[in-house]
Design a protein around this ligand. Structure first.
Ligand SMILES: Cc1cc2nc3c(=O)[nH]c(=O)nc-3n(C[C@H](O)[C@H](O)[C@H](O)COP(=O)(O)OP(=O)(O)OC[C@H]3O[C@@H](n4cnc5c(N)ncnc54)[C@H](O)[C@@H]3O)c2cc1C
Length: 448
């Protein structure tokens, strides 16, 4: 049986540390693993160093939506490519990633919400994404007639898909490993060895690896790691809570969200549920340091945020966490092998209530499993995927801002091409490293 990835999940990858490689990847989430796979396919010798378990953090804790729907325009072509790469890898892994075409629909309870949703249709048409407006009756049909809720309508992207996050990235890692990618779990990267602004080696808790190229794909930990090397990434984390229901009758709902509830049908017959209007935020030094950068995003999300005065010990922006440490270690990354926040019980209860309001004919939700993940966000809600200008050899690929699972293979492909000096298929200027410091105006991406 496939289960959630925690600190108790057995270690599967323990490759010996090589003396040198072409590329070291810091972090074994969806971004690190797909970058590794596509680099190995280009003949590069690669090692993924993961402080805990492959996909132990966001990459197994997410909702599993693989969507083009509603994305920032600059992400759309990458998401379309990612969708086709997800189908490809799913075939190569004999369906182990659980990728299926489900469609993604955003639903509106009021006419003004509907107008907001329709704004994205122009982008869909520009990029030939099969997205259309839904009437209230079509929404009713999309739930197999099981809901009595009155939505005024929605928007649907028909070829969007889902994967099963507990299986998907670990299965890709296994496949990449078979293709020659070295992977080492329980192997925190402590620091970079830099000489005159040039990367020379990566220092891990198991030893040092000589390399000229590294990718920082450390999710919620990227900013802490980077800052210890005088690299400023204005990244903050929010906690998002999720629950898995018991088995439910078999109606084929697309991945759906309205203003309050998000749901996805799971292969095990249950649903993954989350509230779409609530998350937790822990105050810490970075929250104050980056406060001004987040004023714009706060305008929309303030009411949806539950603030807490301090993060639990060992969390990325905890008050007491070390901000610098010797290369000989230990580092904060070893103290928290797998970031496993407690889900917010208030939100879990809301999920149960909102399910019952929308599907009164169906049985009440029992909580089969509940968990949370720390989403690494950027001030404009789009990632950084770029070389660090003042550190030759380092690419930062982080701040996926709550939508990196679906786009992961596309970003991995772009990163692999950057490293190999090939032309990248997409305009990546929106994701440039310097955009928060070069005086450019902040252009907000869509929140969900
Ligand atoms: C509740 C929730 C729901 C979401 N739903 C969706 C969705 O439906 N669709 C979607 O597209 N996206 C979704 N996301 C977002 C998506 O999961 C993330 O954007 C994506 O997984 C980020 O991948 P990553 O590889 O950048 O980071 P992660 O998956 O967080 O991986 C980073 C890894 O780096 C490791 N690491 C950190 N520091 C070090 C170090 N110093 N040395 C070694 N290893 C290190 C960590 O242990 C971790 O495993 C959701 C996220 C959450 C939390």
């Amino acid at each position: 049986m496939i289960s959630r990835i925690t600190i108790n999940t057995p270690v599967l990858f323990q490759d010996a540390l090589p003396d040198s490689v072409d590329v070291v990847i810091i972090g074994g989430g969806v971004i690190g693993i797909f970058s590794a796979l596509y680099l190995a396919r280009r003949g590069k010798k690669v090692i993924v160093c993961e402080k805990g378990r492959i996909a132990g953090e966001q990459s197994s804790r997410n909702w599993g939506w693989i969507r083009q729907h509603g994305r920032d325009e600059a992400e759309v072509p990458i998401a379309t490519q990612a969708l086709s790469l997800w189908h490809e890898i799913n075939e190569e892994t004999n369906g182990a990633c659980g990728v299926k075409t489900t469609g993604v629909q955003y639903l509106a309870s009021t006419e003004s919400e509907m107008q907001k949703l329709e704004e994205w249709l122009d982008i869909a048409h520009k990029y030939d994404i099969p997205t259309r407006r839904l009437t209230g009756d079509e929404v009713f049909t999309s739930f197999g007639g099981q809901s009595t809720n009155k939505w005024v309508g929605g928007t649907l992207t028909e070829n969007d898909a889902k994967g099963e996050p507990w299986q998907a990235v670990p299965s890709v890692a296994k496949f990449a490993h078979e293709k020659g990618v070295l992977i080492r779990e329980n192997c925190a990267v402590r620091a970079l060895d830099i000489e005159a602004g040039v990367l020379k080696a990566v220092v891990t808790e198991a030893g040092t690896i000589k390399t000229e190229q590294a990718i920082l794909a450390a999710g919620a930990w990227s900013s802490l790691f980077a800052r210890a090397h005088d690299i400023n990434i204005p990244q903050l984390c929010v906690k998002s809570s999720v629950l898995q229901t018991q088995e439910m009758p078999d109606f084929h709902a697309p991945n759906s969200t309205d203003e309050k509830l998000a749901l996805r049908r799971r292969d095990d017959g249950g649903f993954t549920l989350a509230v779409s209007d609530g998350h937790d935020f822990y105050l810490g030094p970075d929250a104050f340091r980056h406060f001004a950068s987040y004023l714009e995003v706060m305008k929309d999300s303030f009411a949806d945020t539950s603030f807490h005065l301090a993060a639990p010990r060992d969390f990325p922006d905890a008050w007491g966490i070390a901000r610098s440490w010797p290369k000989e270690g230990p580092s904060p990354f070893e103290a928290c092998r797998v970031l496993e926040p407690e889900p917010n019980r208030k939100f879990l209860k809301l999920m149960q209530e909102r399910w019952s309001e929308r599907f009164p004919k169906l049985e009440k939700v029992q909580i089969k499993e509940a968990w949370a993940g720390m989403i690494d966000a950027m001030p404009d809600v789009v990632p950084i995927v770029d070389r660090v200008p003042h550190l030759q050899g380092l690419i930062v690929a982080t701040g996926m801002s709550g939508h990196g699972f679906g786009i992961g293979p596309g970003m991995g492909m772009a990163i692999a091409k950057m490293i190999c000096g090939e032309a990248v298929d997409h305009d990546m200027s929106r994701f440039r490293f310097n955009r928060f410091s070069d005086g450019s105006r902040l252009i907000m991406g869509p929140a969900l």
